[in-house]
Design a protein around this ligand. Structure first.
Ligand code: FAD
Length: 377
């Protein structure tokens, strides 16, 4: 039986980013097991957005650090990841909202994020074609941005393979061998691997794998739908957020975006016409220039949502089992810093950022939840 220092379940941004930092920490025998292809989960289906405009110290600090890594990765990863700091323009529709977001911006500034509240005139300068009817102002952060998910994963995969990490795709983890407090080996539909440490970063399936190991994680899976258009000449750089609508233009010229359809918890990824109707009418009401754009693709994926909309990171009741889940729609942007934090925890037994200590599974038992208010889609 092959034996590993760390086995990572899940070939999404969290699994690959953690493996990247495990390599950097000098861990030698690492395996990633992915049920389908790398990126087949939420990462390959996401909206590309990367922002620091959050409402809690935990999210703001983690995202400030994640953006530093995104900038670095754009420079040093073996293939381009198309990280671009085009900003996030968060439209505000009333004086009350404006007052509320001024408080969030003050907190973001306190932790070194360059966001600010801007007037309608400035909005017009940033996105000239926007319809400002009913808009009061906006929260704007120029260092927010986007990256291209599949390019990020391809680039990380290339790095990992060149550093001796075994990546087993189209192989599903089906069971575990354990003692009362540790996992000894992992069984897949093809093989069995002995391990010292196990990271479960299996997105929508993290909870069910944890349940197999005898503990629970309070997350729920929600379907989110998203579309991309035909390519257009580049004219839009920020991600625009208007209530639950979000959209931006990719480096290939396509408009990508989504909205919320208030769904129930589900394991069903069927697409709905209702979403297309809602998205189109919201998009056109704020950006009529796009009324004749042709949508090319429509797909869906899961938001894995925690009760306080923050990730659940690190230790579990089993001594050598770690988790990363519950990103509530923000896991792509958090990927680099969460990967670095999880790799540090697995290697050295602690986090290097104080804020991450507030994001462990035991916060639910202790009743120490931290509510995020700026959730999109
Ligand atoms: C429509 C949509 C838009 C989004 N937009 C954004 C955005 O703009 N910005 C942002 O930051 N986030 C966004 N998100 C959220 C983001 O995609 C996720 O939070 C993030 O990708 C989670 O990464 P992950 O690695 O935890 O999970 P995943 O990417 O889901 O990876 C988990 C992997 O585990 C594998 N797996 C599952 N079970 C097993 C098993 N038994 N054995 C082996 N492998 C297994 C799966 O196949 C999967 O590939 C969006 C999500 C959706 C659905």
């Amino acid at each position: 039986m092959k034996s590993y220092d760390v086995v990572v379940v899940g070939g999404g941004i969290i699994g690959l980013a953690t493996a990247y930092y495990l390599v950097k920490n000098g861990v030698r025998k690492i395996a990633i097991i992915e049920k389908e292809y790398i990126g087949s989960g939420s990462t390959g289906r996401c909206g590309t957005g990367i922002r620091q405009q959050f409402t809690t110290k935990e999210h703001i600090v983690l995202m400030r650090e994640s953006v530093k890594i995104w900038r670095l990765w754009e420079e040093i990863l073996p293939k381009p990841i198309h990280f671009r700091q085009g900003g996030y323009l968060w439209l505000l529709r009333s004086e009350e909202e404006d007052n509320e977001y001024r408080k969030y911006v003050a907190l973001q500034n306190l932790f070194g994020v360059d966001s600010r509240i801007i007037s309608k005139d400035e909005i017009k300068e940033i996105v000239p074609d926007i319809n400002l009817e009913g808009i009061f102002g906006a929260s704007w952060c120029p260092s927010d941005g986007s990256a291209y998910p599949q390019d990020v994963l391809d680039s990380l995969e290339m790095f990992l393979k060149s550093h001796g990490v075994d990546i087993f795709d189209y192989e599903s983890v089906v069971d575990f061998k354990k003692t009362s407090d540790r996992v000894i080996s992992i069984k897949t539909d093809k093989d069995e691997y002995a391990l010292d440490n196990l990271l479960i970063a299996a997105g929508y399936a993290t909870k069910s794998l944890a349940n197999k190991l005898g503990f629970d994680i309070p997350v729920k899976n929600y379907r989110h739908q998203i579309v991309v258009s035909e390519p257009l000449k580049i004219f839009l750089s920020p991600m625009v957020v208007d209530r639950s609508l979000y959209f931006t233009q990719t480096y290939r010229g396509r408009i990508i975006g989504g909205t919320d359809t208030n769904e129930e918890e589900t394991d069903d990824l069927t697409l709905t016409y209702n979403f297309l109707q809602k998205f189109s009418s919201e998009l056109v009401s704020v950006f009529s220039k796009l009324s004749s754009v042709r949508l090319m693709r429509h797909w869906s994926g899961f938001y894995v949502v925690s009760p306080d909309k923050h990730p659940i990171l690190g230790p579990t009741p089993l001594k050598n089992v770690f988790i990363g889940t519950g990103y509530s729609g923000h896991g792509f942007m958090l990927g680099p810093i969460v990967g670095k934090l999880l790799a540090h925890y697995i290697t050295y037994g602690m986090f290097f950022l104080e804020e991450a200590n507030h994001l462990t599974l035991d916060r639910f038992e202790k009743g120490m939840l931290i509510q995020e208010k700026a959730v999109i889609g």
